[in-house]
Design a binder for this molecule. Structure first.
Ligand SMILES: Nc1nc2c(ncn2[C@@H]2O[C@H](COP(=O)(O)OP(=O)(O)OP(=O)(O)O)[C@@H](O)[C@H]2O)c(=O)[nH]1
Ligand SMILES: [Mg+2]
Length: 359
């Protein structure tokens, strides 16, 4: 899974990307227009605890892949750059739109005063327009082709419905498709159906005040559309992350931050994307695995290794909350909290699983 960071120039995408991934990409007015790739470790206090308990040789947290996509000012129009970047946006599984709320004379002198609501609504409009353009092209191409595959009329009908929705400023995600329709549209993805999270980039004074320009409008716009909102202090958190580890907690606490930007974004992303974590534990390795809510045990086993999925016999399961409370696997057994589950068992967030298999 890959999450794209998008938004207007100078909103703080690269700053946030550096914070998330520990990269050191150049920020500011470079205008290099480069796409950056990196991965972030998802902080998880449950893994911290399990690692302390099992003292494994390796501790592996979940990871999220990020792609930092530079902003293009709309007056640059449909340059090749913009088209290329649009493809980068299309390639992401989900988007985080970074909007600028922080005060900075330097940034404002180039990009104007912060205007978070406008950034948010303009971006939504841009996504709608890009989808409309893509769909119109596709429809025209189909209408101008003599020999079309047999599913073409049905596809055309769906595309026309999607176009009508977009013309009414409704995203593609709002259009309900039957299973058969979904099947004929497989492989066609649209920007306005991508899960979106909003990250408002605020400064320390705004954080302390619990307010920033347009806050209520931004929140209302997002909540009407089911868009989760997080507020981050990208620059400040970036600076804190460069301090020695033992000093970081104090600085975070001074700001009134209980959880890092990475942690808050990961929570929002897991929730929005319907993802959960299960764990595997042992002397060798304590590890978090990310799956979709509703995944059955046999499929979850396949995350760990395809052989384990193929030769799946059963899953031995206990709950994180139970071992947190009882402090040992022996006590879990004594209390009868150790379960054997079959391949159809639906894995829950916080399950600790040992897969039995045979190949
Ligand atoms: N004061 C302040 N400055 C910030 C903050 N976040 C980012 N900046 C500054 O804003 C400028 C732009 O940040 P970038 O992270 O490069 O912005 P971007 O969104 O990646 O911009 P493009 O790559 O051009 O699309 C840099 O000079 C940052 O140092 C913040 O929270 N507070
Ligand atoms: Mg950038």
């Amino acid at each position: 899974m890959q999450i794209g960071l998008v938004g207007l120039p100078l909103a703080g995408k690269t700053t946030f990307f550096n914070l998330l991934t520990g990269a050191n990409c150049e920020t500011g007015f470079t205008g290099a227009g480069e796409v950056h790739l990196g991965s972030a470790i998802v902080p998880d206090a449950r893994i911290d605890f399990l690692s302390g308990l099992y003292k494994p040789r390796k501790t592996i947290y979940a990871q999220i892949q990020f792609k930092d996509i530079p902003g293009v000012r709309s007056d640059e129009g449909a340059s090749n750059l913009a088209v290329k970047l649009l493809d980068e946006v299309r390639g992401a599984d989900a988007l985080v739109q970074v909007v600028r709320a922080f005060n900075s004379d330097e940034v404002s002198s180039v990009a104007g005063e912060p205007n978070p609501f406008r950034e948010l609504s303009d971006f939504a409009a841009e996504l709608l327009l890009a989808d409309m353009g893509a769909i119109e092209n596709r429809i025209n191409r189909m209408k101008n082709t003599r020999k079309l595959p047999k599913e073409a009329p049905a596809q055309l009908a769906v595309l026309e419905r999607l176009l009508a929705a977009l013309e009414n400023e409704q995203p593609v995600s709002s259009v309900e498709l039957t299973e058969a329709e979904q099947e004929i549209m497989v492989g066609q993805s649209f920007l306005t159906e991508k899960p979106l999270i909003l990250a408002v980039n605020i400064d320390e004074a705004q954080l302390a005040a619990g307010d920033y320009p347009d806050r209520d409008r931004v929140r209302a716009f997002a909540s009407e559309r089911g868009i989760p909102v997080i507020e981050i202090c990208a620059q400040t958190e970036m600076e804190i992350s460069q301090l020695p580890p033992e000093d970081r907690a104090d600085f975070m606490a001074d700001l009134g931050l209980t959880e890092s930007g990475v942690g808050r974004l990961a929570q929002a992303a897991y929730e929005r994307l319907g993802l959960i974590s299960f764990f595997t534990v042992g002397d060798d390795e304590v590890r978090a695995w990310t799956i979709r809510r509703g995944t059955i045990a046999k499929k979850a086993a396949g995350k760990v290794h395809s052989d384990i999925e193929r030769g799946f016999i059963r899953a031995e399961v206990f709950r994180y909350d139970d071992i947190f409370e009882l402090g040992s696997q022996v006590k879990i057994k004594e209390k009868g909290l150790f379960r054997l589950e079959g391949k159809e068992y639906v894995v829950k967030d916080g399950d600790i699983i040992n897969f039995r298999f045979n190949v």
